[in-house]
Design a protein around this ligand. Structure first.
Ligand code: K7E
Ligand code: CUA
Ligand code: CA
Length: 630
């Protein structure tokens, strides 16, 4: 390493935040190292570009936005640039409107984890082919209950949920970009005790953090089975993949294996772990793995010194990890350091060949401001980094930052724009694909404070839309959102092709169709009650505004399964089925079959009704369950 680089690194180190500043979200303007006067800056220059975000009534948006619903456990679909909410997709939450978590179809997908009523989504990502969105799936993590879910974008429903074994808290999640999304890469965040006998976290060794580990996980995107796990040193935060298909990089903020906040900030440096996917596959192929506990997933050792990983030291407690759309760089965001570290991907093969040192892969470390969390790109060589503590977005030029690191006198900062307030993720249109088009930037601000009418002590967040099509960033829209869109993703409208009506052979309800076949019931025509001991299956059709059965009789204590098939073919004529006083509700959209099971535990008349407005006579779309006294 040149002396000049060492000097720059040492300089950067002096600007690290003191620990006390971390909790001070008010953000004193402490950024050093560049003249603020030379920057375009501040909200005074960010004026709304009139009309540019208006999508007139009847007009359609140019982009789909998929928003993480944070600890609401759902995914939200927005139109961009209008920022209108188009749909909500329940994932890890229970949804009263659609019956997610209540219907048999959704409970099958939730599996054993249906017992959890909460989730915590962070990172929604769309499957890719050759580095472009293919519109097939969206994947999202559940930090709270260590799951990964897949949403089918043709029906905008969750179709698979996998619980990742022997780890706690899936946080960072990204997808393989090329040749296609074969793997979902998922970081487990919290280290837990591992033992020599392969049993994880069974109550032994809790007092010995040295023996705690966490794992990087590769999930097969089609089968949603965990393909392999890699034990690492430290912990894992965010991650992203490259454009060769070979490398994935993750930030680690807890190389110390600290058990408290103060402990996690002790070391001057943490690291970025680079995973060699081909080397991991080769290790699994060669049988160089173990298994843990009851799990059969191959577990490869990726601790320091292993063949499958390299550890690149970066300033302490990094957070976001973002791949530039030209495929050249991994960018690790400093958080406690006012810098981002630019790692050049073309040197990673040499690093894995041990031909160079880990720090030789760092080709730039621009100083941007306080609390850099996440970086996004416009496809024109510029990066946009959120500064949590400064409440700003910094626009900077990547190649200029590399020149500055090499000692050239060049200002890589292009503009700083105030956002409101404390931004976490930001996301530019198509930024994580090779098609990054540099039109819109969404900044997800954690605090809204004075931006909206007050609604009590719990505040909304503020999702801001910024026009980045020109030289200057322009703030054009404030959007209040409910807890907590950590991250979002924007795809061109033509890249997503949802169906308007279900097809009868959809695998989403195939098991319910198979059950009907076993009962000799043709779902499209029959209205029929099938008794099987104390299990009763009630099959009915629905055509606006009538259920095929307007009454059925069961005995007190029967386990009742109601199966409704919506025969309407007309787009948008969704029906519902709600059984009063039984906690039962579900959606049945055109050509869909849905089912729900409950116990008829009280004798008497129980009315059911359609709760999705379908017809002028929707109120009258009712029926009676007659429960005979046992
Ligand atoms: Cu920064 Cu979970 Cu992506 Cu939140 S993470 S902001
Ligand atoms: Cu059917 Cu409302
Ligand atoms: Ca640390």
């Amino acid at each position: 390493m040149s002396d000049k680089k060492k000097e720059i690194e040492n300089l950067g180190r002096r600007h690290f935040l003191r620990n006390s500043a971390v909790t001070g979200v008010a953000g004193a303007g402490l950024a050093g190292g560049f003249g603020a006067g030379t920057l375009l800056g501040g909200s005074e220059k960010a004026r709304a570009a009139e009309g540019s975000i208006e999508v007139a009534p009847g007009e359609l948006d140019e982009y789909y936005g998929f928003w993480s619903g944070g600890h609401s456990g759902e995914v939200r679909v927005l139109g961009v640039p209008s920022m209108r909410e188009l749909m909500r997709i329940p994932v890890f939450n229970i949804d009263s409107a659609t019956g997610w978590g209540i219907t048999n179809e959704s409970r099958r997908i939730l599996g054993d984890s249906a017992r959890f009523l909460n989730g915590d989504c962070h990172h929604p990502h769309i499957s890719m082919t050759d580095g472009s969105y293919d519109g097939k799936y969206l994947f999202i993590n559940d930090k709270a209950n260590t799951r990964v879910a897949r949403i089918r974008l043709d029906i905008m429903k969750t179709d698979r949920i996998t619980t990742i074994p022997n780890v706690q808290a899936i946080h960072g999640l990204r997808l393989q970009k090329v040749p296609h999304t074969q793997y979902v890469f998922a970081n487990a965040e919290f280290p837990i005790p591992h033992h020599d006998d392969g049993v994880v976290n069974d109550g032994r060794g809790m007092e010995n953090p040295e023996g705690y580990y966490t794992m990087f996980n590769g999930i097969d995107a089609e089968s949603m089975e965990v393909a392999w796990q890699v034990i690492v040193d430290g912990n894992l935060d965010n991650t992203d993949a490259d454009y060769t298909g070979r490398f994935v990089a993750s930030t680690c903020y807890n190389s110390e294996k600290g058990m408290t906040l103060a402990d996690t900030m002790r070391a001057e440096r943490d690291w970025v772990v680079v995973f060699d996917v081909e080397a991991i596959e080769a290790a699994v192929e060669a049988g160089e793995f173990k298994t843990l506990g009851d799990s059969e997933v191959p577990v490869v050792d990726g601790r320091q010194g292993s063949k499958v990983t390299r550890y690149i030291p970066v300033p302490k407690n990094p957070h976001g990890l973002n791949t530039s759309p030209d495929g050249k760089y991994f960018i690790a965001n400093g958080k406690l350091s006012p810098t981002c570290s630019i790692i050049t991907i073309d040197k990673l093969p040499a690093l894995f060949d041990d031909a160079i040192e880990p720090r030789d892969t760092v080709v730039g470390e621009p100083e941007l401001g306080l609390g850099p969390l996440h970086t996004t790109f416009d496809g024109r060589g510029n990066a946009y980094t959120t500064l949590f503590i400064d409440s700003q977005v910094a626009k900077w030029n990547i190649e200029d930052a590399i020149r500055a690191y090499n000692g050239e006198e060049v200002n890589y900062l292009r503009q700083k724009l105030d956002v409101h307030y404390q931004p976490g993720h930001n996301h530019a249109s198509l930024t994580e694909t090779k098609d990054a088009d540099g039109k819109w930037l969404v900044v997800l601000s954690k605090f809204a404070k004075d931006r909206f009418l007050p609604v009590g002590p719990l505040h909304p967040e503020n999702d801001q839309l910024i026009d980045i099509s020109g030289e200057e960033m322009k703030l054009v829209h404030d959007g209040p959102t409910y807890a907590e869109p950590h991250d979002c993703i924007l795809a061109r409208a033509d890249q997503i092709n949802p169906k308007k009506v279900w097809t009868r052979d959809d695998p989403f309800f195939a098991e319910t169709v198979a059950m009907a076949e076993q009962d000799g019931v043709t779902l499209e025509t029959d209205n029929k009650v099938v008794r099987d001991g104390n299990k009763v299956r009630v099959y009915m059709t629905s055509v606006a505004p009538q259920f095929g059965l307007t009454e059925f009789t069961v005995k007190q204590g029967d386990e009742v399964t109601v199966v409704v098939t919506n025969l309407d073919q007309v787009e948008d004529v969704s029906h519902g089925f709600t059984m009063t006083n039984h906690g039962v509700a579900m959606e049945i959209s055109p050509q869909q079959t849905a089912s729900v099971t409950f116990t008829a535990d009280r004798p008497g008349v129980h009315w059911y009704y359609c709760q999705w407005f379908c017809h002028a006579m929707h109120m009258e779309m009712t029926g009676r369950m007659l429960v005979e006294k046992a």
